[in-house]
Write a protein that binds this ligand. Structure first.
Ligand code: GLT
Ligand code: MN
Ligand code: MN
Ligand code: MN
Length: 387
């Protein structure tokens, strides 16, 4: 019953299952698998599609012929294994040329190269059928605050996103952009660190309708924020175009753990939010297996991400159907019906006067118990599987 199906829209980046397990203190522990093999294996496990950075597929500096050969073979694999290709992105962080960032680098030649590389990668994404194009800030930030004017950095980022939106429009691509915030790592501070910062920035762009968010669980936890609330704000604004699911132990380095391996309660409420609100974009796992794992462990990791999502989805159904829990929720929220219209119809002089004249039983209001202990225990018991 928890078995992943195509309709679940589970996707993985090539870079996720192909993560070699390198860290700042140790070298790769797994050798790379071919993109074709990854497509095949993910399809067998029940995934819906794959995503990639340009250089996950086509090596940096490959010739045009080599590129075309690789892309042709990859397209064939997508069709052979019935895999969708919803999202693409650019690697603007690995090559040493990007050590000071890409779109916000102080070096104009690097900024120009970053635009050129991204246009080529957008072409690649479009050729493979992607309708979502991701921008993760990578090294767009500073180690030394002295190095960049932070206002100029924001202007440079805006210039790049505006330029590339117009490029995609000019080319007639059916593509929306998503911006992915992260507070730090690899730089000690990254610009646009949270969902809120990115959301504010979107409305300053030339084509705000074309641009939404790609929030990642781990990245908001790194800032110590409540991911469910950030995602809710994105949904409410109509800006949740994509989501990066994984897990994280608190505000530390970016851990990208298997979805649901740590924050079980908060991620249950995340899945409930996505499902209740009818999010219909890809459920992308931007995570990787523990460094201790071999290839078998990588596939255990991938299967585990999808299975846990579906378990939470099932639990969310039970939560919504639990008579005791729902009756309690209704009772708790019943107060909404009072003040007929005064709290819902907006401002009028009449409404203002009525509220000014209203009498409140301050003592009774102050004494009210909200029954959240009881409610939360019921929620926990649903999650723990005993209801
Ligand atoms: C990298 C990063 C992710 C981004 C990927 C897209 S690459 O793994 O940590 O959060 O989503 O550039
Ligand atoms: Mn991500
Ligand atoms: Mn991460
Ligand atoms: Mn990440």
């Amino acid at each position: 019953q928890y078995k992943p199906k195509k309709e679940d829209k589970f996707t993985f980046g090539l870079w996720t299952v192909n993560n070699p397990g390198r860290d700042p203190f140790g070298d790769a522990v797994r050798s790379p698998m071919s993109p074709v093999k990854i497509v095949q294996k993910l399809s067998e496990l029940g995934a819906y599609g794959v995503n990639l950075h340009d250089n996950d597929l086509v090596p940096f500096g490959a010739s045009a012929q080599e590129r075309d050969r690789i892309v042709k073979e990859f397209k064939q694999a997508l069709s052979d294994y019935d895999m969708a290709f919803p999202m693409a992105t650019t690697n603007l962080f690995f090559h040493p040329i990007f050590k000071d960032g890409a779109f916000t680098s102080v070096n104009p030649e690097v900024r120009a190269f970053a635009l050129k590389k991204t246009m080529a990668s957008i072409d690649l994404g479009a050729e493979l059928g992607a309708t979502i194009y991701d921008f993760w800030g990578g090294r767009e930030g500073v180690d030394s605050e002295a190095s960049k004017d932070p206002v100029v950095a924001i202007e440079r980022m805006r210039y790049a996103i505006n330029f590339l939106c117009q490029y995609a429009i000019d080319k007639g691509y059916n593509m929306r952009f998503v911006l992915e915030p992260k507070p730090n790592e690899p730089r000690s501070d990254t610009y646009f660190p949270t969902i809120g910062h990115m959301l504010g920035f979107i409305y300053t762009l030339d084509h705000p309708d074309m641009v939404g968010l790609n929030p990642e669980v781990a990245h908001e936890y790194m800032s110590g924020l409540n991911f469910v609330h950030g995602v809710a704000q994105a949904i409410e604004a109509g800006k949740l175009f994509h989501i990066d699911l994984n897990d994280q132990k608190g505000p530390r380095y970016d851990q990208d753990f298997r979805f649901g391996s740590e924050n079980i309660k908060n991620l249950f409420f995340l899945v409930k939010l996505l499902e209740d609100r009818g999010y219909d974009g890809p459920r992308h796992f931007d995570a990787h297996a523990y460094r201790t794992e071999d290839e078998e462990g990588v596939w255990d990791f991938a299967a585990g991400c999808m299975r846990t999502y579906n378990i939470f989805k099932e639990k969310a159904k039970l939560y919504n159907a639990d008579p005791e829990l729902q009756a309690l929720l209704q009772e708790i929220n019943a107060g909404d019906q009072t003040y007929g219209g005064l709290l819902t119809n907006g401002y009028s002089t009449e409404a203002a006067n009525k509220l000014k004249e209203a009498e409140f039983d301050i003592d009774a209001l102050a004494k009210r118990g909200y029954k959240y202990e009881k409610l939360d225990q019921l929620a926990v018991e649903v999650i723990l599987g005993i209801r």
